[in-house]
Design a protein around this ligand. Structure first.
Ligand SMILES: NC(=O)c1ccc[n+]([C@@H]2O[C@H](COP(=O)([O-])OP(=O)(O)OC[C@H]3O[C@@H](n4cnc5c(N)ncnc54)[C@H](O)[C@@H]3O)[C@@H](O)[C@H]2O)c1
Length: 345
């Protein structure tokens, strides 16, 4: 089969993971990169032997490009995705989908309109071996009913990290630790817990007050339709990046994840279920490095015409919770979900 033609928009920090992943696949060929920083676009293109553009709309005119990766600031995801879908390109956008619900809705609408192409959202941590095992236990019911969950993210981001044009601002980043760093953990809780019944959250700017306008700390309480509840805490104000923690409490056992290490505790005994490994792309697995696996999975769905499972509607779920935690924090009220209001694409 002819390799898919790929373009990556945005040659910043995360782009290397995408570019390296594409370069390692026979099913795809990187044809172009785009960045408004021309020097960066040129050196990236030289490194990966492809063409470069400074205007993504010029790149979208190419008939040989099938899939576009959106690796830019949050506020640019929606317009770039909408334009790319309209140009007949499949889109794999970085998380979060967008910076506001209205912007995300334009992506869902575009995906619903252009049914010949697919929209995928990066949530690579669903592919981590520990996440896959946790999901299997939830679905199989072999540990009895799921009773409760917790997700904890204690990371470090200082003023230097936020000294870019788009980070730390509501308008361009759409939030702080919740929308950017810990949305992955919120996504896992929702993937494991199912449809939400209600959510309540509180945010604050503790360490970086006066430096950033967005939050650096948040906590939330989630109630799922099944009756399962989850507590969630995330901060960028810790001294280091600690391994992300997720705990699932079942009737007959407990799963405890720390980074890529997963333990089952049952009848007072602890069993190791998963630990960091080197994946097929030669990457040492640590929390957050499953990009290559998700990208390959997306391409397989595109090539075979099967619907990709982390599509716009699925990507919207954690994003909606992020937005609703912000709203809940501002109003002091719990947000109730009467029915599934997520638009399916
Ligand atoms: N999945 C993950 O674990 C993960 C990790 C890090 C970042 N991300 C996401 O990746 C995205 C990018 O983050 P980053 O840290 O790489 O940002 P970055 O600021 O390092 O890179 C963004 C790049 O986009 C370029 N750019 C700006 N405007 C542009 C335009 N109009 N056209 C083309 N290029 C343009 C900038 O010049 C810059 O090089 C964000 O959505 C972020 O949340 C995801």
């Amino acid at each position: 089969m002819k390799p898919l033609g790929i373009a990556v928009i945005g040659c910043g920090a995360i782009s290397g993971v995408h570019l390296k992943s594409v370069a390692g696949l026979e099913s795809a060929k990187l044809l172009a990169v785009v960045d408004t920083n021309e020097a960066l676009a040129r050196t990236t293109a030289e490194q990966y032997s492809c063409d470069y553009y400074t205007d993504y709309r010029e790149m979208l005119k190419r008939a040989d490009i099938d899939v576009v990766h959106v690796c830019t600031a949050h506020y640019l995801h929606a317009p770039m995705t909408v334009d790319a879908l309209a140009a007949g390109k499949h889109v794999l956008t970085e998380k979060p989908m967008a910076e506001t619900k209205a912007a995300a809705q334009t992506m869902l609408d575009a995906a619903a309109k252009h049914t010949d192409v697919q929209l995928g959202v990066i949530f690579q941590n669903r592919y981590n071996p520990a996440s896959v095992i946790m999901k299997r236990y939830v679905d199989s019911g072999e540990l009895g009913k799921l009773q409760g969950m917790k997700g904890i993210v204690t990371w470090h981001r200082d003023a230097k990290y936020y000294a870019t044009e788009w980070k730390g601002n509501w308008a361009t980043e759409g939030g702080g630790v919740l929308i950017n760093q810990s949305i992955h953990t919120l996504d896992l809780l929702q993937w494991l817990g199912g449809e939400l019944a209600s959510i309540k959250g509180t945010m604050s700017t503790d360490a970086l007050e006066g430096v950033i306008e967005v939050e650096d700390t948040v906590h939330a309480h989630l109630v799922f339709r099944s009756g399962v509840t989850a507590i969630f805490y995330a901060t960028n104000a810790y001294a280091i990046n600690s391994p992300v923690e997720v705990e699932l409490l079942f009737e007959n056992g407990k799963l405890s994840m720390q980074g890529d290490t997963l333990y089952l505790t049952q009848n007072g005994e602890q069993t190791l279920l998963s630990e960091p490994v080197v994946n097929e792309l030669g990457e040492k697995s640590y929390w957050g490095v499953s990009h290559g696996v998700q990208i390959r999975d997306f391409y397989e769905h595109v090539a075979t015409g099967r619907k990709f499972w982390i599509d716009g509607a699925e990507g919207y779920k954690a994003f909606r919770s992020v937005m609703d935690i912000y709203e809940s924090s501002r109003s002091g009220k719990r947000i109730q979900y009467s029915e599934n209001t997520v638009t399916t694409s």
